[in-house]
Every structure is written in C-alpha cells, then in structure tokens.
Design a protein. Structure first.
Lengths: 1012, 470
C-alpha cells in the first residue's frame, strides 16, 4: 500500500500546506464571479417590526425572494432591508409559520408571525458530517438547545442534559465543584469500566475527554474520577447538543461511535444590527440531603453497650470518647459543621453579535465563580471566551468560518472531602479550635477534621478549541469542504501538604511537608477533507458524501513530588525543595486515520435510504490490527404522507417508521497497550532512577465491535400538537477488549486482551411532546421522555473457568453484585446470619456469595413543562430514576466502634429473643460479630431502593414590557437546580449514593438578562 | 468575452477538483505509516532495557526502592515492622482514625483486607520484576558475563527473600519462577517442606553469582555475605541446624568487614560496622520511615506506641532500654516508642538507613543453631556477646531448653520492631498462642496465618482452600 511514504512527523504539516494552497486560490476565484444578481430596478429601504402578537420577535430572517439579500430582526423586532418595490419578502423563523409578503411599493411592513407546531420537524438536525431535516432523519438523535441550557445554573456540560434525553443516563458522582459526572448512552457496552465513554465533538473537532488528572492529588477531594476533563467546555457558549445513538447516526464515526457521540455546536454570530447581551445571576447552594445521625446520649449508649458486649469491665486507654477523657455532654452536629455551609454562585456573561448577510461575528465572555459548602475559603472559577466568524463570498460559492473557545478554569479546594469525617466523627468529639484560635488536638486524642483544611488542592485548566470550515461550491450540487481543528488542553494540578496537617505530637517539621504537582498537556489537530454531491435521480434525490480524517493527539504529562522544604511557607516553590522525585513523566502520541462516506436516497420525501460507512486506522493497535471497517444502513418510510393512511387516520399529521442496523467500534484502551515496555517508576535508589515493567503485554488485541439495531415509530397528531416517538434498540458488543483480571501471582492484576464475550443492551425509548394549551397569551407545552433499559451478558464461553466467574453471570446484566443473602439475626446470639449456599457450615466467599443483585437503573426519564403567560415564563423538569442502590450500611463502620452511626442503628439486638434490624454492638473484639458485619456489608442487606424523583430544574422568568425599557429588552429570572428530592433511599443522596463524596448541591439563583 | 471567462472558471474548478482527488489518494496511500507511532520516550521496550547494563540495573534497583518505600519490609504503615508489631505483642494501637494496622492490632484480619491483599500483590509484582531481570539478562547480548552474574545473583536473592516472607505470613504459597502469565495465573501452592528447599537452592545459586564486595561501596545492595546471612536465617527457620551454623560462621569469621558496634547509639547509623544490608533513602538528607512513624513528641501517642509488655521485658540494666527506646510523659503516665532510629526529620546529610540484616542477628542465629545441636557452650558464647554489649551479665541459662528460651528473650529485646522478627520467632517457637491469648482480646489460634486474599482465591482456584479460620 505504501506508494508514497511521507516522513511521518512532517507529514501533517505537508498536508496542511497542500490544503492551504487550495484555499489561497479560492478567494481569487471568488472575485472573478460575475455579479449577475444586480437588479435594474431601484432599491428602496423597507422597514418594519415583527411580533408574535404580544412581544417583538428578534432573530427573524427576512429575505428577498429569488435574491441573496437577507436581514435579521433585532431585539426589538425591528428590521431594515433593501429591496425593489416589486420584490416579495420572506419572513422565516424557527417555530413560526413562514410568511411571504409582496412589497408592492410599501416602505413599512409590520407583521405578526404565527406559531407553527409543525415546523419542529422541519428543524435541521446536525449529525456531524451532514445535516438532515428532523422529519427525514433515518437515525436516532436526541437534541437540546440553548433555550434549555440557559435555564440551568450549572457548569458541567453533562449536567445540562440530565433527565432531558431518552436513553441517556447521567449521574453526578460528587457535589464538589469541578468533580465528576458519569454518562451512559444506551447502557454499558464494554466490560471495561472506562470503556463506556461517548465521543465528544465540539464544532467538528474531537474533544479529548480522557482524564489527565492524577488521582494521587485529587481522589481525596474529587472522588475516584478526579478532575473532570469536560470542565474545559462552557455550557453557556453552546447552541445545540445532539446525541447520536443508533448505528445509522454513529457508524460514520466508526471505531469511536460504539458508546454514542455527543455533538456540541457552539453559538454563532447573526446578521443584523449589532446587539449587546448582558446576563448575570447569583445564588446559593447547599447539599441536597444528609444522614440522620445519633446524638451524644444515643452514641454513648451504643459505645457502652459495645464494650459491655465484648466483655470489657474497664474502658481501654484509647477509648477517649467514653473513658472520661472527652466531655460526655458535648454535642456537635458534624455534618452541619463540616459540610453544612452555603456555596455562593455568581455568573456574568456578555456578548456582542452582529454582521451583514455575508459576514457575521459573535464574541462572548463568561465569568463564573462558585464557593464550597466546606469551611474555609475555597472556590471554583471559570472564565470563558468564545468567538465565531462566518463569511460567505458574494458569489455564494466560497465560505469560511472560524470558531474558538477558550476556557480558563481555576479550582481551589481543600485536600480532602470532609463528607466522610462529617458522618463518622463521634458526636462528643472535642472543640475544633482551642481558646487561642489554634487547631485543637485535645492532647492527641483525636485527629481534628479541620487539619484537612491545611492541605490545599489547586487545579488550573486552560482549554482552547479552535475549528474552521472552508467550503467551496464547485457547481450546483457539488461542494468541497475541509474542516480543520486544533485543541490545546493544559492542566496543572497541585496539592500542598504542610506538616501542620499532622498532629504536633509527632514533632514533625517542614521536612515532612510535601508538594505534589501534576502538569499535563494534550494537543490535537485534525483535518477532514470532504466532498458532497447532490443529484436528482428520477423522482428522488441522491446525496453523496465522501471524506477522510487525519487526527493526531499528543499528550505530555509530568507529576512530581517535592519534599524537604526548609519552611512551610515555601511549599509551592519547587526550587526550595531539597528532594524532588518525578512520579511519572509520560508522553504519548495517538494517530487516527479514516475514510468515510454516506449515500442517501430520498424518494418523494417518503422513502429514504441512508448508507454510511467508515474505514478506520488507529495507532492504539499492533501493526497487524491497525485497520477495521464499520458501516450502517438506515431507512425511513414517511407513511403519514401516503394518501391511504391520511384518509384512514385523519387526525394523524405525521407518521414515520424508521430502522437502522450497523456496526461501530471502540478503541478506548489507551495508547501503546500492545507494547512490552518498561517505564520510569519515579523511585530512585543509589542515585539510579528505577525502571519497572509497565504491564503484561499482548501484541494481538484488536477492536471491540458493537452491532446496533433500531426500529422506531414517530407519529404526530392534531396538526402535530402531539408528537410521539417510540424507539426500540438492541445493541450487541462483542470481541470485548478488557483488562482481564489475573491473579497477582502473575505480577499484575490484569492483561489487555480480547475476550470472546457478548454484551447486549436492549431498550425502549419514549418521547412525547404536546402543546396542551395555546392561545395568544397563554401557552403550555409538555415534553416527556422515558427509557426502559435492559443490559445482559449473553455469551461468555468458558466463564466458569475464567477470572470473571465470580463477577458476571450469563443472562444477567453487567452491573450485578454477587453477594451473601442476609437471612436475619440469630435471636440467640444476636449475630447476622446468611444463607449457606453450599451447606458447609461456614459463610465463605465465593461459595456463598451467590445472591445476585442488580444495580443498574432500569427505568428513568424526565418530565418537563413549559408555561408562558404574557411576559411570564415557567419551566420545570422532574427527573426520575428507578434503581437499587448501596445504602449507608455499605461503607458504614462497625456499629459500636468509635464512629457515629445513623439513628436507625439504635434498633439493635440486646438480649436473647430480641428481634431487631441490626446485630449486637461490638467495639471490634467480638470476632463473630465483626466477621458477620463485614459479610453483611457484602450482602443483599446493603442494597435498598434508591429510586428517586427530583425537581431537577425550575426556571421562572419575567420579561419587562417594552414600554418599560425603550432601548432594549430586560428579563428577570429565578432558577433552581435539584430543588426537591422524593426518595425512600437510606443514605445521604440517592444519585451519588456515597458517604465519602459530597452529595450534589441544591442551587437557587436569581438573575437578569439585558439585550440592547 | 463572458463565455471565455465562464469557461476559464470551469477549467480552474476542474483542475481544482482533480488535484483534490490526487491529494486524497496520497492521503490514503500513506495511511499505513500514518498510524504507526514510535515508542514514547518515557518508555523503553523490554528488549532494549537488557541490552545495557545501566538500564538493566535500573530495573533491578527499583525493587530495593519499593522495599524502602512501600513493600513488605518497608518502614511505612503497610510494612511488616508496624503490621506484625501490632499483630503480635510489640506495638499498641492508639489512633482513632483507621490506620492499616488497626485490623492487625485487633487480630481481626479478613480475606478482603486491603493491606493483606496489597502485601500479596506488591510482593508478587516484585517477584515478576525479579524474574523479568533474570530472563532479560539471560537473553541479553549487551551485558558482560560478570555483570550478568551480579544482576542474576541479586534477582535470585530478591526472589527468595520475598517468597520467604510470604510463606511465613500466608503458609502455603506458589513459588513463581518465570514471567509467563498463562502459567502463573494457575499457580499451585506448595507446603513449607517443598518451599524451603526451593528457597535454599535459589540462595545457594545467588551466593555463587554474587560478588564479595558491595556495588557502589555502601552496604545498600545485597552481596555474597547478605545472601549467606539470609541463607543462615532460612536454614534456621527450616530447622537445618548444622547448615545454619556453618553458614553463620562464614559471616562472623569475616571480622575484617563486620564487627559489633560497642556504642549502642551507633548501631543504626548508616556506616555501622555491624550492618550487612540496609536501604538507602531516596535523597540525601532523608532518613528512615521507621524514624518518622515510630517517634512522637508528646502523649498520649497519636498513632502507636510500644506495648507495656515489651518495655517491661528488658532486664534491669539493659542499656538497650535507655538507648533504643524513647519515653514520653505527660506527668502522670509514660509511653514508649522504638528509638533505634533517632531521626524523624531530614538532616543535612542522611544519618540513618533502614537496616534489613545486621551481624547481631547472625550471632543469635548461630547461638540457636548451636543450642539445638547440643553445643551449650558455643550457644552461650554467642548469646553473651550480644548481652555483654548491652551491658548485661552472662546468661544464667544452662539446659538446652533454658538456653533456647534465653535466646528467644534476647531476640525479643535485640530485634524488636525489625520487620516482624518477634512475630516470626513466636510463631516458629510455637509460643504464639500461649503468649498472645493472654494479652490480646481478639486473638484466635488460627491467626497464625494471614488469610489468603479473597481476590486471589476468586481468580485462581488452585489456591483453595482458604487458610483455616477465615
């Protein structure tokens, strides 16, 4: 295949040069085009205002029929356009019926547009490489727009989608700002926990979403996931988010499409009068839920009983809480003290936009700041700049656009999440501060939780995403286009741990202090030349797309550990460290190369066939496994347009049946996994920096494949006032690429290999949109979505002999836990009992961990209502999830040791004959009770209903009447997030189900938006 | 005119289109090479590591760095000095946080205990590293025979050293001698009767391969003498008394290199003459993790302290109690901590390294081996060497049983909080139950062995059954 081999490193530059040359000559071409459209008739200026009956309508496109002239109405609904007295003006606006008016010599044309429910389905949907009309799409695509995003006071792009899309399950893992969200689009396809992330594309450019954070620095504050790589995206700069779900939509993304594709399109400039926008809000946040913990008398009663049960007549020296060392009457609500604070949120955005019909621009700036609910002075700040320029040449052939997003993020936090300490500290633990205002260590009898405030975590992210599209229409129907993209993502994380975090009794000085620094840089470029061709054939239209992708991503990362400081005040200055150890210094290159295409045939706008395919090459596989092919076929039948149907069902205004089938792949395994290598361990000995084997290696693994099938029925009734979409999908993932767990006697705990296992995800997705009521003043519409998802391991040859034997079960979901079956408390001994599956008289793993518990959410969705009355608008979204979750018994500590417990634990066994929920207390010396407790933590007793209904979002806004604000428009609003949670969950929050991570916050904000 | 211009445009456009496709062709033809990437400069391929002595050595000494920082014999929280000190009768637990040693102190280990699992996993990870050195060096064409011998000798030593600890902690274990994961994933476990001869064979090979001198001058990497000292210990544990004695002779007779320090305060300094093998800190000025983790300045102890039992075990006049034990008092109560290492902060240049083998132990090995063979005089001679140095009079023990008990007691006060020596002594002398059931509320007779990690049993059924009591 190597006809011409270009030098690899310089190759990229070379291609760019070639393309650069192309486009250098295109403006020249553009100039030579004749100005054929000049009218002989004299142009006049037409003015007017556009309303919806009540309010002015900004953003309406006014064009002159048959000509290129267009204009856009401003924020007061005013427009001006040049046209001949004989021309016809076309007023079009999304969601409203298009109106044509013959000028007929008039100079002022005022007009009222009527809302049109049917146009919803005429909206163009972006599928990445091409766009289709909503009504004509053959694939499964969910979409949300800026209108919904702007109603939510959140900073993470995943947060804005929660509860709003069928088939998309998003979970917030921590309430600490800058922390984690998990997303699953149509279930878990891969056995690898980190192999289920979708592909993120921002304005055509893949966004490297893999985490380059170092969990050594961040796991104690931001949970196991570390710093969220999506922080580099500013939600308020987003115009649309489209999620591609089925094979028809994702196969064109080939190897990266298995887990769905999240397409993010940022805001664009609009022509018309230059407009300024100012939007500011501020508000407060508190944790959603906390545990109901014991007070001091209840706690001390538990402790005394525990020691009595263990046969102690005298309390040990170290049992400070009950042996008299600590005040027996003190009580502190540690949850209130440590995580009960109020986080303040502030956000301000400004934007300028405008332009002519040829050139438009937009510049937006955002500044966001959020403090934490922890004590101390900590905050997360985000500054974002977004710009966009679009230009189309006079000849309407050459076009160019440039978009850029720059986000600077600064997350200044304490070193450790205090949530766990808050739930386990003894309620009679001592004062936080001594009378002199210093940390109180109470003579070394406790570890003051505020010591953790001494450690500081700081993360700075700088993210640049720039993309450009250059297009040229060669002849009618034939267009070439190249998209060029560049991203630069930098992360600098540091953790400062001064010796003051330790008890002074250790006598440590600043030589025990340390400073951890992690610096990472991800850069990528991509070039995607594309050719589209459109041709009428017979009664239909052929659309063809062909293109190629070249992408390179480089990553550099260095983490270092500095210690031996002469003073704690020099802790962030590496030069002051006596010892610097490089923990890791990694760099990697990922190259990706593909050709892709699409053939679409649309017959009479009734029968549509869509073929897509991609051939992918990835550097993540060994030399023999570089390339693979992916493809899909999709078809749609708009039966609503068939005469016999519309006669039979007159109320049916729209009807479409669509289906798709195809394959996608997954290459999310990290770079160089196929190589046998040694890497630097960061450990130095005798002046030699150590090398360690990186992994067990397997050069022969290859792509994971995912076959997707979907059938959907989309219907509209009563002139599309009711739109219902029902989809069934069935996805099969095989050739699973996993780190197969190995016993540690192999030296490692896993090896990367393909596993001949198949995972099936099936489900039903329902989406319903209704306009419940509509007149001039009042409009009420509802959007609902619901998903029933099933996940199943359908094949796994040799599972019994494999290392997965105790983790998975054929016919069961991947999210299962094999646990002991809790059978109650022995009324005689007061100890937990479990089912002895193998009847050997002992409760042992794995033999007796045979009870299967399903933890994946199987039914979830959202219900949104929008009500508009005159100048008022009210939106609210309820999110619901049904699932089993881990309750407080899972990570809970042994009832009876020196940690606090939920009040429910008071219901314990005390004497023979008692029936209770919890076994007898023990201070940790009753082996039977301790073992039973740990078995209990691994039993079905820790799984309880974690279903919830949550008022996810509420937004009320009021637009000041025009008479009040002459120059522009003014809108006042109130927004809330996670306002109300209805659940029976026994634990802090049913969403993150963790006692170690901060629950999500309940946020309430007030704001104002000005346009002029 | 207009016609020509229009056609001209079409020609340009067609040319444009043609060149576009030519470029696309170039793109696709270079696909294969485009997705070939070089090994990143932060990694080396397995082959190249062993083509060069310097990188091969870096692969080997990384194991010592891990011992020092965080595996098995480390002075850190997950090392045997603290874990076994707490599991047995040396250390008392004071923290109300949850430190790794809490479950050990309460003798409440579970098969899912992360510290137990971590000890197992990290140990076998280092065994893999040692085996990779052995295999890599064997295949290497770029390293001289002398250097090969030295590297292989050290790797063999390390491999048996780790297995020795594992077998004494867990009982029956697999003996891993290659990097072949397909084989090692199904590894079978072996009894002591099979394991000790394997260990001894490896050690004897190491002894012949290792040089007599220390690489780099300082005693921070095992040489032939260290292999011999360890062999003596293994022979003692395996009850090969005669072999234990003859191997000890080799070291004790090497008086030119090794001698007991008369000054007790110098025994744990980095240049101590009695040291056979110690672990060098990462940076100059740093000292030991033992010092950092044992020393505290005010009472009650923040985390751990010596048990009252141990501080009472010293005979009156024993200078080790004054020199090797630190005392903290709040006016009414005293607490004690191990103070063999005296530095818990950095010093201008490092003063102390963590010691893994010292001559005193070899004397005590020989004393025990001699006593077991009925040589009371020889045994007492060795024992008295250690006693006299501590300021104590000669032992009064006479019968074989008395002498063995005196040696056990001497080992307790000489080797306390050193990589679990005391715990292993209690275990092999059969006294664990007698001693510990009296003072530890959570003690069970089956606690002699740690549980095999639950994850291992789930992944490799050849390791079943679990140790008794778990």
């Amino acid at each position: 295949m190597k006809i011409i081999s270009l030098n690899k490193g310089v190759g990229a530059l070379w291609y760019t040069l070639i393309f650069g040359l192309y486009f250098c000559c295109t403006p020249a071409l553009a100039n030579k085009v004749l100005r054929q459209n000049q009218s002989l008739l004299q142009q006049i200026q037409i003015r007017g205002s556009i309303t919806d009956g009540n309010n002015p309508l900004p953003g309406v496109t006014i064009s002159v029929k048959g000509k290129l002239t267009t204009a856009i109405s401003d924020y007061n609904g005013q427009y001006t356009i040049a046209a001949s007295p004989d021309d016809t003006l076309v007023f079009s606006f999304m969601g409203f019926k298009t109106v044509l008016i013959h000028i007929d010599g008039q100079k002022t044309i005022n007009i009222q547009l009527k809302e049109d429910a049917t146009t919803l389905k005429e909206v163009l949907v972006n599928t990445g490489y091409y766009s289709v009309k909503e009504s004509e799409r053959t694939g499964s695509i969910a979409k949300i727009t800026a209108a919904a995003i702007e109603k939510q006071p959140v900073t993470n792009v995943l947060a804005v989608m929660q509860g709003r899309m069928a088939g998309v399950n998003i979970t917030q893992t921590t309430g600490v700002p800058g922390g984690g969200f998990d997303i699953q689009i149509r279930g878990k396809n891969s056995l690898r926990t980190d192999g289920n992330n979708p592909l993120y594309i921002i304005d055509g450019m893949p966004y490297a979403s893999e985490n380059v954070g170092n969990t050594l620095l961040s796991s104690t504050i931001l949970s196991a996931a570390g710093i969220n790589p999506l922080n580099g995206i500013n939600p308020s700069d987003i115009e649309n988010i489209e999620i591609l779900k089925d094979a028809d939509a994702t196969a064109i993304y080939g190897s990266r499409g298995a887990n769905g594709v999240v397409l993010i399109t940022t805001k664009k400039g609009k022509s018309g009068k230059t407009t300024f926008t100012l939007n500011a809000y501020s508000g407060t946040g508190k944790v959603t839920r906390t545990l109901n913990l014991m007070n001091t008398p209840q706690y001390l009663e538990m402790r005394r009983e525990a020691f009595a049960n263990d046969g102690f007549t005298q309390y040990p020296d170290w049992a400070y809480d009950i042996n008299g060392t600590w005040d027996q009457n003190r009580y502190t609500n540690w949850q209130k003290e440590l995580i009960g604070g109020t986080a303040l949120t502030q956000n301000i955005e400004t934007a300028v936009s405008g332009g002519t019909s040829n050139t438009q621009f937009l510049i937006r700036g955002t500044r966001f700041k959020e403090t934490t609910v922890f004590p101390g002075n900590f905050a997360y700040g985000k500054t974002a700049l977004h710009f966009n320029i679009n230009h189309i040449a006079d000849n309407n052939k050459f076009s160019i656009s440039l978009s850029g997003n720059y986000v600077a993020d600064k997350n200044n936090l304490l070193g450790t999440d205090l949530t766990r300490e808050a739930s386990v500290l003894s309620p009679n633990a001592p004062e936080l501060y001594d009378p002199n205002g210093n940390l109180n260590w109470e003579n070394s009898t406790w570890d003051n939780p505020l010591r953790l405030l001494e450690e500081k975590y700081l993360a700075k992210t700088n993210n640049l995403t720039a993309s450009s599209a250059i297009g040229y229409k060669i002849m009618p129907g034939l267009e070439v286009k190249t998209t060029l993209g560049y991203t630069d993502n930098r992360l600098e994380e540091s953790k400062k741990s001064p010796s003051t975090v330790y008890n002074p009794a250790w006598g440590l000085n600043s030589s025990a202090s340390y400073f951890l620094l992690n610096q990472a840089k991800k850069q990528s470029w991509s070039i995607e030349p594309q050719l589209t061709y459109q041709q009428e054939v017979g009664l239909g239209t052929f659309k063809i797309l062909a293109g190629a992708t070249f992408q390179e991503q480089t990553r550099e990362q260095q983490a270092l550990y500095a210690s031996g400081f002469s003073s704690n005040s020099l802790l962030t200055n590496i030069a002051s460290a006596a010892h610097i150890a490089i923990l890791n210094n990694d760099n990697s290159t990922y190259r990706y190369n593909a050709v892709f295409g699409r053939v679409n045939y649309n017959l009479q706008q009734k029968y549509i066939l869509n073929l897509t395919g991609r051939r992918d090459g990835s550097s993540r596989f060994g030399a023999d496994k570089h390339f693979a092919n992916f493809g899909a076929v999709g078809a749609a039948w708009l039966f609503g347009k068939e005469d016999f149907i519309s006669k039979a069902i007159p109320c049916l205004s729209f009807g479409k049946l669509r289906a798709s089938y195809g394959t996608t792949g997954n290459d999310q395994i990290g770079d160089y996994q196929f190589l046998n290598t040694y890497s630097s361990s960061g450990i130095s000995y005798q002046g030699i920096t150590g090398l360690q084997p990186t992994r067990l290696y397997n050069p022969d693994f290859s792509w994971e494949t995912n076959k997707k099938l979907e059938v959907a029925l989309e219907t509209g009734f009563l002139k599309d006032r009711v739109l219902l979409s029902t989809a069934y999908y069935s996805n099969c993932s095989s050739n699973q690429l996993v780190g197969i767990p190995l016993p540690s006697t192999t030296g490692f705990t896993s090896i990367q290999a393909n596993l001949n296992a198949t995972v099936e995800n099936t489900g039903w997705e329902l989406e319903l949109r209704t306009v419940n009521f509509q007149n001039r003043q009042f409009k009420w519409s509802t959007m609902a979505n619901a998903t029933i998802a099933r996940n199943k391991l359908i094949a796994f040859p040799g599972i019994a002999a494999s290392t997965y034997a105790n983790q998975y079960e054929i016919g069961q979901p991947l999210d299962i836990r094999k646990v002991y079956h809790f059978t109650g408390i022995n009324p005689q001994t007061g100890i937990y009992q479990f089912e002895d599956y193998n009847h050997d008289g002992a409760i042992t793993a794995p033999e007796d961990r045979q009870n299967i518990v399903h933890t994946n959410p199987n039914f979830f969705g959202g219900l949104q209502n929008s009500l508009t009355y005159k100048n008022w608008q009210l939106d609210f979204l309820f999110q619901f999830v049904t699932q089993l979750g881990i309750n407080f018994n899972y990570t809970g500590v042994l009832p009876g040791v020196g940690n606090n417990q939920p009040v429910a634990v008071l219901d314990r066994w005390q004497q023979p004959g008692d029936t209770s929920a919890f076994q007898q207390y023990t201070a940790g010396f009753n082996n039977d009770a301790v073992n039973a407790f740990y078995n209990y933590s691994s039993s079905d007793a820790v799984f309880t209903d974690a279903s919830f209904i949550r008022l996810k979002n509420l937004s009320i806004s009021y637009t000041l009447p025009d008479s009040w604000s002459k120059i522009g428009r003014c809108r006042l609003y109130l927004q809330g997030q996670n306002l109300l949670t209805i659940t029976r969950f026994k634990g802090p929050d049913p969403e993150n189900q963790s006692q170690g991570s901060l629950p999500p916050l309940r946020v309430l904000t007030m704001g104002i938006q000005l346009n002029f | 005119m207009k016609f020509i211009r229009n056609n001209f445009i079409n020609i340009v456009e067609i040319l444009w289109l043609i060149s576009f496709f030519i470029t696309l062709t170039i793109f696709f033809s270079s696909c294969e090479s485009f997705v070939d990437v070089d090994v990143p400069d932060s990694q080396l391929t397995g082959e190249s590591v062993f083509q060069d002595k310097a990188t091969a050595e870096a692969a080997l000494v990384n194991i010592y760095g891990r011992f020092r920082n965080n595996v098995l014999v480390t002075g850190d929280l997950n090392g045997l000095s603290i874990l076994l000190g707490s599991y047995g009768d040396e250390l008392a637990y004071y923290s109300n946080g949850s430190l790794p040693e809490e479950a050990f102190f309460k003798n409440n280990l579970l098969p899912s205990n992360t510290t137990v699992t971590g000890t197992w996993n990290d140990s076998y990870n280092l065994v893999f590293a040692a085996n990779a050195v052995l295999e890599g060096v064997d295949r290497s064409t770029g390293i001289s025979q002398n250097d090969k011998n030295q590297l292989k000798g050290e790797a063999l030593f390390v491999r048996s050293y780790i297995h020795f600890y594992l077998l004494n902690l867990f009982g029956e274990i697999p003996y891993i001698t290659s990097t072949a994961y397909q084989v090692n994933a199904k590894a079978k476990k072996w009894s002591q009767e099979i394991l000790y001869p394997l260990l001894i064979t490896d050690l004897k090979t190491a002894e012949t391969l290792l040089p007599a001198n220390y690489i780099g001058g300082e005693r921070v990497r095992p040489n032939r003498t260290v292999a011999e000292a360890f062999l003596a210990r293994v022979q003692l544990y395996a009850s090969n008394w005669e072999a234990a004695e003859t191997t000890s002779n080799l070291i004790i007779n090497n008086t030119a290199t090794y001698a007991l320090e008369d000054d007790l305060d110098k025994v744990f300094l980095k240049n101590s003459a009695s040291t056979l093998w110690q672990l060098k800190p990462q940076g100059d000025g740093q000292n030991t993790l033992e010092g950092q983790n044992f020393i505290f300045a005010s009472g009650p102890p923040p985390n751990r302290a010596l048990t009252v039992d141990l501080s009472n075990a010293f005979e009156t006049g024993d200078q080790r109690k004054n020199h090797w034990i630190g005392t903290v008092s709040d006016g009414t109560q005293n607490w004690y901590y191990p103070n063999k290492y005296k530095q818990n902060n950095n010093t201008g240049s490092s003063a102390e390294y963590s010691i893994l083998f010292r001559l005193e132990e070899v004397y005590l090995i020989r004393a025990e081996a001699r006593a077991q063979q009925g040589n009371s005089t020889g045994a007492k001679e060795d024992l008295n060497k250690i006693r006299n140095r501590a300021g104590l009079a000669n032992t009064t023990a006479n019968t074989k049983q008395e002498i063995l008990e005196a040696i056990l007691q001497e080992r307790r006060v000489e080797l306390f909080t050193e990589q679990g020596q005391r715990w292993f002594d209690l275990k092999r002398s059969g006294q664990s139950n007698y001693v510990l059931s009296a003072i530890k509320p959570g003690w069970n007779p089956t606690d002699l062995l740690w549980p095999l990690p639950e994850t291992e049993l789930l992944l490799n059924s050849n390791l079943l059954p679990q140790n008794p009591g778990y």
